[in-house]
Design a protein around this ligand. Structure first.
Ligand code: NDP
Length: 260
């Protein structure tokens, strides 16, 4: 497909598109929401609480497109069906899914409870599977779409105090590849974004541990913990037509962490 004549920076725009972002009103998710809103997309947030939703609504009012909200635990029965149905009801279409909701439980290997394992796998991996399934059914009918899963450095490496999290994020990478292969013929690109070490509440415990903090900073060629806003460009790229020939990759946004 020769695009030379048509190509311009509008390929990075999302005007008229509709996105679901799980956990999209707080933590890193709010930066994905703001990035998509600024690029022209309408955004449906799905999370348990409405923390951050009114702030996003105000942001959307200032920047153009609308925001919707559905309160759901993504791991609950039928949550994926409900979230996709609510999006279609409000916006009439679905073009982009960002599976961002995630949890982490830290413990020594011999102290992990079975229910901790199950909960992390349910939220981080199984919910992403169900949401991708429901979203793909809609996208396939409408001619295509984008599914972006959120991985982690633990998609590549081990974390000895976060067994279930490491397994879930390796799983996210595998799920991304399998769906990318299966959905390519439907013009649905499936990729993952793997944030490196980002300055958020989830990582405060590491930043405050002086020894671990120094270890991490020495491991990042770029030399700093990223601000969450440093992920905004990559998420828009993966959601936009500019990345249409990219599928099945897990893109590290890590200041070079994985190089060492
Ligand atoms: P936060 O804990 O700050 O935010 C998580 C978001 O997900 C919240 O909006 C929360 O909303 C929502 N959420 C959590 N559980 C559920 C659930 N069961 N159902 C619906 N929504 C849920 O986490 P981060 O922003 O730090 O992380 C976001 C994603 O990025 C995760 O997948 C994480 O693994 C990944 N990541 C984070 C990194 C970091 O440095 N912070 C690094 C690499 C990856 P509510 O509580 O209202 O449901």
């Amino acid at each position: 497909m020769n695009l030379v004549d048509q190509f311009n920076t509008d390929f990075f725009r999302l005007d008229g598109k509709v996105a679901i972002i799980t956990g999209g009103a707080s933590g890193l998710g709010q930066y994905y929401s703001k990035a998509l809103i600024k690029s022209g997309a309408k955004v449906m947030i799905a999370s348990r609480s409405d923390k951050g939703v009114s702030e996003l609504e105000a942001f959307a009012q200032k920047n153009g497109p609308e925001v919707g909200f559905i309160s759901r635990d993504v791991a609950a029965e039928n949550a994926a069906k409900d979230i996709v149905a609510a999006t279609i009801k409000k916006f009439g279409q679905l073009d982009i899914l960002i599976n961002n909701a995630g949890i982490q439980i830290r413990n020594k290997w011999h102290e992990f409870e079975d229910e901790d394992w199950q909960r992390v796998i349910d939220v981080n991996l199984t919910a992403a599977y169900h949401l991708a399934h429901e979203a793909a059914l809609v996208m396939a009918k409408s001619g295509g779409g984008k599914i972006i899963n959120i991985g982690s450095m633990q998609s590549y490496r081990a974390g000895k105090f976060i067994f279930p999290y490491t397994a879930s994020k390796h799983g996210v990478m595998g799920l991304t590849k399998a769906y990318a292969d299966a959905l390519a013929s439907e013009n649905i690109q499936v990729n993952a974004l793997a944030p490196g070490y980002i300055d958020t509440p989830m990582t405060k415990i590491l930043q405050e541990d002086q020894e671990r903090n120094t270890e991490i900073l020495n491991h990042i060629p770029d030399g700093h913990w990223a601000d969450p806003s440093e992920l905004m460009g990559a998420i828009v790229f993966l959601a936009s037509p500019a990345s249409n020939y990219i599928t099945g990759v897990t893109l590290p946004v890590d200041g070079g962490y994985l190089l060492r």
